[in-house]
Design a binder for this molecule. Structure first.
Ligand code: BGC
Length: 419
């Protein structure tokens, strides 16, 4: 850069834009708790309250099921045998990306191609002649009328497959299975990935009432006794929470997204957007018109690379030549974006804990958290925990995050086992 000092100074100013102090965190947690109250008028809450029609598992669900997990990045199809007592066995499995640059992209295109892609993979794990019940973890906002019917409200995570919004995704899957001669596979349960995370963790660990996904997307579901006529798990679509304080970078990102105004929290927190946010800030500080193409995996790489190798990394990832000082500041920017993400996620979880705690009054609660950002991005877990302690004080000792075994795919099998 022409003027190293001025550039580093500008980066440091941008880093300040991503700081969230304790007071703001507490306000956000309180607002999240308020929005979880189902008695509030729709216009006062920025959370949705989608019913799941799934109760907590007993741990005794048993049988062999096909489990399909449609995440933001990958499709997984497993044959899972539930053995009861919280035990399970994973039989044949397939995992494939939904998009391979230059080859195919199922995140866009037609509904038929999309569901055929899924049905083909189901055909690969289903033994010939055998009948199966199938559970589908579907990581998008759906309105449900029963455990086996889910109407897609809108796509998120920059997906845009035509002909699915407003339709029952289970029907579309059944039709695709029919086209592939797989009528012996019966889709009987569909659930959001947060519900799935909650079921999977609760299968093994009682007193788990909150499920969160912190990955390509961000969301929380809670087993809410106060939520509706019958207690059940409620998908909050927490990525749409909007009582936040976005900075001008967030606003720029939102404006350029396929869904301006929507998913405000997700755009400040999730893996789909963190790299993009970073690219946008870095490009703007360098006076470039177009953002770089850094994704959150590369953001992790930046955070994990030692000082002496950073300049080479920035050259490789962004084609820029920077001094050691500048590279160190650019790394700090990556850390600041990730840290803010974790603090906001922690605040939402604290709000959810408060809400559940207000009527369950239990000694200890477990929160199931799954997802690539939470599991793989450096420092995220620690920052989430720190935020919980800042907000909840000593009550934070009553909350513990638990892993989700093989992930949200297990929840799909459990839900199929409930039906
Ligand atoms: C979707 C949620 C999902 C979350 C995590 C969001 O974009 O709207 O339904 O739970 O991503 O995958």
């Amino acid at each position: 850069m022409e003027n190293e000092e001025a550039f580093v100074e500008k980066i440091n100013e941008a880093i300040d834009d991503f700081k969230v102090d304790m007071d703001r965190l507490k306000l956000m947690a309180a607002a999240f708790r308020f929005d979880m109250n189902p008695l509030k008028q729709d216009y006062l809450t920025s959370l949705e309250h989608f019913k799941s029609y799934a109760n907590l598992p007993t741990g005794q669900e048993k049988g062999e099921f096909i489990a399909v997990d449609l995440g933001g990045t990958n499709l997984r199809v497993y044959l899972i045998e539930l053995l009861g007592e919280g035990e399970y066995e994973i039989l044949p499995k397939i995992a494939e990306p939904l998009k391979v640059d230059g080859k195919y992209d199922y995140t866009h295109g037609s509904a038929e191609d999309f569901f055929d892609f899924i049905a083909d993979r189901i055909g690969m794990v289903a033994a010939a002649e055998k009948e199966y019940r199938l559970g589908l973890t579907f990581s998008f906002p759906v309105e449900m009328k029963s455990l086996d019917s889910a109407i897609l409200q809108r796509w998120t995570k920059e997906f845009n497959v035509e002909g699915v919004v407003g339709k029952d995704v289970m029907e579309l899957l059944r039709e695709a299975l029919h086209r592939k001669g797989l009528d012996r596979v019966k889709p009987t349960a569909v659930l959001n990935d947060t519900t799935s995370a909650l079921l999977a963790a609760a299968y093994e660990q009682t007193h788990t009432y909150i499920g969160a996904i912190y990955a390509t997307g961000f969301n929380i579901a809670a087993y809410d006794k106060a939520a509706s006529e019958a207690p059940m798990i409620i998908n909050l679509e927490a990525g749409g929470f909007s009582k936040l304080t976005p900075n001008h970078w967030d606003m720029m990102l939102d404006k350029a997204s396929v869904s301006p105004g929507a998913q405000r929290m997700e755009k400040m927190v999730s893996g789909r957007y963190m790299g993009e946010l970073y690219s946008l800030v870095a490009a703007s500080l360098m006076g470039k018109e177009k953002p770089y193409n850094v994704d959150s995996r590369q953001l992790t790489e930046i955070m994990e690379t030692p000082k002496e190798s950073l300049c080479v990394l920035f050259e490789k990832l962004m084609g820029i030549s920077v001094s050691e000082e500048e590279a160190a500041a650019l790394k700090k920017l990556a850390v600041a974006i990730a840290k803010r993400s974790a603090r906001l996620a922690g605040a939402a979880l604290a709000g959810a804990f408060w809400h559940i705690d207000s009527f369950l009054h239990e000694e200890k609660q477990y929160i199931a958290i799954d997802g690539s950002v939470y599991n793989k991005m450096p420092g995220i877990r620690e920052e989430v925990t720190r935020a919980l302690y800042e907000i909840l004080g000593e009550d934070a000792a009553r909350v513990e995050a638990v892993p989700v075994g093989p992930g949200t795919i297990l929840g799909a099998a459990i839900a199929a086992g409930m039906h």
